[in-house]
Design a protein around this ligand. Sequence first.
Ligand SMILES: Nc1nc2c(ncn2[C@@H]2O[C@H](COP(=O)(O)OP(=O)(O)O)[C@@H](O)[C@H]2O)c(=O)[nH]1
Ligand SMILES: [Mg+2]
Length: 284
Amino acid sequence: MDIQWFPGHMAKTRRQIKEDLKLVDVIIEVLDARIPFSSRNPDINAITAGKPRLIVLNKSDLADPVMTRSWEGVFWKTGLPVAVVNSLSGRGIKLAPGLVQQLTAPKMDSLACSGRRPRPARCMVIGIPNVGKSYFINKLAGRSVTKTEDKPGITRGRQWIRIAGSLDLMDTPGVLWPKFADVAVAFRLAATGAIKEDVYDLYDVAGNLLKWISENYPHALRERYKIMGELPAEPEEMLRAVGSRRGFLTPGGKVDTLKAAQIVLKEFRSGKLGRFTMDMPENH
Ligand SMILES: Nc1nc2c(ncn2[C@@H]2O[C@H](COP(=O)(O)OP(=O)(O)O)[C@@H](O)[C@H]2O)c(=O)[nH]1
Ligand SMILES: [Mg+2]
């Protein structure tokens, strides 16, 4: 991973986010629409307690649209409004300011009642690394304002970006740690590219990904890799089938399954293989 989240680091980040939270009216929690459960920080409810929150399902261009609609329902049902967005194209982004204003309406009303001048709602974007926080902020702001690099641990004065006169966005997103404990979650984070490749076995993740696709979206494999007949059952055999269809050979003339693994992950992450959702809404 980009960031090694050890307990000391987590405690420090948590403290810092608590400090930043004092400055804002609303939290914008960015999740990966392909893995709305797995891309969630495990302590999010405790960390953000008492603050209104908007869920952003980002990378919706890569997720299964039917599943995304179900996930929207899951969040709305628990009282969390949702904006489904694509921070590359900007699709859906414009929904966010209106939803934030709805969330802050009670607070703004009470400010008005106590005779204070209306002001833009202040909000802060948070989420795990690579979920698209910086892209989202940049699209919302309509210009390039934040670094796309994560630098947690740096304390400095907070800068604000005014969005269309209606809200003020903290320019620095809150970078949270992902869930570690669950193997299935770790697999999904690795497959979607949320964690860096040097901490997991590429071969293992790609093989298991092929198996997962063959069980959940088998037509995608047939269409992209033209594997006819029964799909192989084992991850290793699937990698071999893909490598062989693509003509990937080692200098020794064997099927190059490592190259197959790299291609599968690349094509999965870029959307070339199709649109997939790995976390099932009915389980949450
Ligand atoms: N396909 C797709 N890719 C996205 C989207 N938003 C961000 N990305 C990609 O995700 C990666 C991480 O984005 P970034 O904003 O740096 O993530 P951060 O670590 O949360 O700030 C980048 O390579 C972006 O190109 C999106 O909506 N769709
Ligand atoms: Mg960033």
